[in-house]
Design a protein around this ligand. Structure first.
Ligand SMILES: NC(=O)c1ccc[n+]([C@@H]2O[C@H](COP(=O)([O-])OP(=O)(O)OC[C@H]3O[C@@H](n4cnc5c(N)ncnc54)[C@H](OP(=O)(O)O)[C@@H]3O)[C@@H](O)[C@H]2O)c1
Length: 293
């Protein structure tokens, strides 16, 4: 059966049994992450739900009636991310997958963390530390799903690795696009590394569609933004592509790809640049190295 724009997360996972599996999902308290957790749990998965605070994650799981594990993971604070890595490792449970879903979008003014533009820090670097910190806990066929966006096409200047501060000609959307390009390139490089290691693990990136969620909270003319979108998805439809990529048995060997509407899709040229993907990885390692005590 093929799926598309209208498919919901429930439809794309129908008949797929995730009993016995454990999935880590970031941004579990809102929008697409919340719906993804609901549907993955419906299919039998044990959920480790991450949010900025443990209380937020716990409340989200309780609201869903999911008996999962709540983890604090403030992605703009690497100490919090490292603590999340330790607490997930400490559970002693192998992860069948990670859905790196949390994100922020289009901050109108330049904001930084440790001198790095905040969208790049939160959407990419925070997840980089989380995912790379948990690679050893992934099962041999574990899947990593990175929430990117069609907005990565806005990163026409590429990753701008010489402008990670965001201070050169800051633009809310270009910088959001840059962070989402980083999500695609991270999945691509991770997939390459898995393959080089002879691993059957996969890493892919997705565009979920355009959905009215809290994500647009920083956009000044939010109604104007949505009015310009030809077709919006519901949250149930918006969570479909990530659930599809996470669970579909036919994708067991598909890796390093980008999906939209539950199908592989084209990306910006920069997103196909393997050398850029490697540079991003190496730079991310440097930027996130713990400072000596
Ligand atoms: N909605 C769309 O149209 C659309 C389109 C393309 C791509 N996406 C991508 O889809 C993903 C989910 O977005 P959504 O639409 O579901 O938005 P959302 O409802 O705003 O959810 C975003 C989640 O990310 C969390 N988050 C934000 N900053 C964080 C931080 N510093 N540390 C930890 N968690 C943080 C939020 O927590 P709080 O609630 O505590 O802030 C929230 O749980 C994002 O990666 C987004 O870029 C969405």
């Amino acid at each position: 059966m093929s799926f598309g724009f209208e498919s919901t997360a429930e439809q794309v996972t129908e008949g797929i049994d995730c009993t016995g599996q454990t999935w880590l999902i970031t941004g579990v308290n809102s929008g697409l992450g919340h719906e993804t957790a609901r549907v993955m749990a419906l299919r039998g998965a044990r959920i480790i739900g991450a949010a900025r605070t443990e209380a937020k994650a716990r409340a989200a799981l309780d609201k869903l009636g999911v008996d999962g594990t709540a983890v604090a993971c403030e992605l703009s604070d690497l100490d919090s991310v490292r603590a999340a890595v330790e607490s997930v490792r400490g559970l002693g449970i192998a992860l069948d997958g990670i859905i790196a879903n949390a994100g922020i979008m289009a901050l109108p003014e330049l904001k930084q963390q440790s001198g790095i533009e905040l969208q790049f820090f939160t959407n990419h670097l925070g997840h980089f530390v989380l995912v790379t910190g948990l690679l050893e806990t992934l099962t041999p066929t574990g899947r990593v799903v990175m929430l990117s966006s069609g907005a990565h096409f806005l990163a026409k200047r590429g990753l701008e690795l010489d402008n990670l501060s965001g201070e050169d000609d800051y633009d809310a959307w270009r910088m959001y696009g840059r962070s989402k390009l980083a999500n695609v390139l991270f999945a691509r490089e991770l997939a390459r590394r898995f393959e080089a290691d002879g691993s059957k693990r996969t890493a892919n990136a997705v565009h979920p569609g355009v959905i009215r969620t809290n994500l647009a909270r920083h956009v000044p003319d939010v109604e104007g933004l949505f009015a310009r979108i030809e077709r919006l998805k519901t949250v149930e439809q918006g969570a479909a592509t990530q659930c599809f990529v996470a669970t579909n048995p036919e994708l067991a060997a598909v890796t390093g790809a980008y999906f939209s509407d539950c199908a592989q899709a084209d990306v910006l040229d920069h997103a196909l640049d393997d050398s850029l993907a490697t540079q991003l990885w190496e730079r991310s390692v440097e930027l996130t190295a713990p400072s000596p005590a």
